[in-house]
Design a protein around this ligand. Structure first.
Ligand code: NAD
Length: 254
């Protein structure tokens, strides 16, 4: 068990499923107490069960990241419970609707994608940063996407939201690095989670084509994304500031 992580506290939004859950379990395996904020009560409770199974301490609150007051209350509750906040992973996100050009894209869906993926990270940063600033230390990892670096025709809303997450990450990183707070982003490619499974279930043929487009010819594993987050949170990454770490099976390089 790494001493860098043992007896510390991590907060993860959207930790009730997929990548967020894998990150929660990676922290738990290292002896970090993990607080989950998620809109899904069953998913959040299940993650806490799995955290406890790993021998660590779990904490869960239902929170909608689009609601700044709720996010603030969640982060405050975590701090009150544990008395510290070492790591925050702003991960909650939705995929929006795939397969629609801009003029056919549902306006409400566009707004929902921006609200969860961008405002959600914004609200989370605004709640986490004052606590970390007061402590004089902290590490934040925002979960962006390769869609934050590349075009995503027929889901421009998702690409726009993830480009915004990268802009927020870089700017926040420079604002806070001299306060002892290190901020980076991870950009996963297609990763095997319920989010991707939903898309594949809707269109299995497109799913197969998509895997063939990935140089590694497979989806990423949530545990692989969690591994990158662990590195970014570790002292080994002390000089990584405002970066976007890509794990995509080779898509961006191709
Ligand atoms: P997922 O759908 O399995 O999990 C997302 C979690 O976020 C769920 O538990 C959900 O309840 C929660 N959530 C959704 N809206 C919320 C809200 N308003 N408030 C609080 N929680 C909310 O998806 P995932 O694949 O694990 O995605 C996690 C993150 O990784 C997202 O930001 C996603 O955009 C990003 N990402 C995923 C992939 C991929 O291929 N799976 C690729 C790149 C980036």
């Amino acid at each position: 068990m790494s001493t860098q992580f043992a007896n510390k506290v991590a907060l993860i939004t959207g930790g009730g499923s997929g990548i967020g859950r894998a990150i929660a379990l990676a922290f738990a395996a290292r002896g970090t107490a993990v607080a989950i904020g998620d809109i899904d009560p069953e998913g959040g409770a299940e993650t806490v069960r799995l955290i406890e199974k790993k021998g660590s301490v779990g904490f869960f609150r239902v929170v909608d990241v689009t609601d700044s007051t709720a996010v603030e209350a969640f982060v405050t509750a975590v701090y009150q419970q544990f008395g510290r906040l070492d790591f925050a992973v702003n991960n909650a996100g939705i995929e929006g609707s795939n397969g629609r050009k801009i003029t056919q894209y549902d306006q409400e869906m566009f707004e929902q994608v921006m609200d969860i993926n961008v405002n959600g990270v914004w609200h989370s940063l605004r709640a986490e940063l004052p606590i970390m600033e007061q402590q004089g230390h902290g590490v934040i990892v925002n979960i962006a996407s390769i869609a934050g670096l590349l075009a995503m025709p027929r889901n421009a809303a998702y690409a726009a939201s993830k480009h915004a997450v990268i802009g927020l990450t870089r700017s926040a990183a420079l604002e806070y690095i001299r306060k002892g707070i290190r901020i980076n982003a991870v950009c996963p490619g297609y990763t095997n989670t319920p989010m991707v499974a939903r898309g594949f279930a809707q269109n299995p043929v497109m799913g197969e084509q998509l895997v063939n487009m990935i140089p590694a010819r497979r989806l990423g594993k949530p545990e692989e994304i969690a591994g990158a987050v662990m590195y970014l949170c570790s002292d080994e990454a002390a000089f990584m500031v405002g970066q976007t770490m890509v794990l995509d099976g080779g898509i961006e390089a191709a």
